[in-house]
Design a protein. Structure first.
Length: 49
């Protein structure tokens, strides 16, 4: 078994996380997680996943 290979496979299915939020053009803080990613706006604290 190769769990590392499987993790890479799962990550490859996820779309690219956004770097900026189009709604307010602020920078997003992106965190990559084992199941994908999450991002929040530094200005509004809005969580996007
Ligand atoms: Zn915002």
């Amino acid at each position: 078994m190769s769990e590392g290979g499987h993790a890479a496979c799962v990550a490859a299915r996820e779309p690219e996380p956004p770097r900026h939020r189009s709604a307010c053009r602020r920078r997003l803080v992106v965190q990559v997680t084992p199941t994908g990613w999450s991002a929040h706006c530094v200005e509004h604290g809005m969580l996007i996943s």
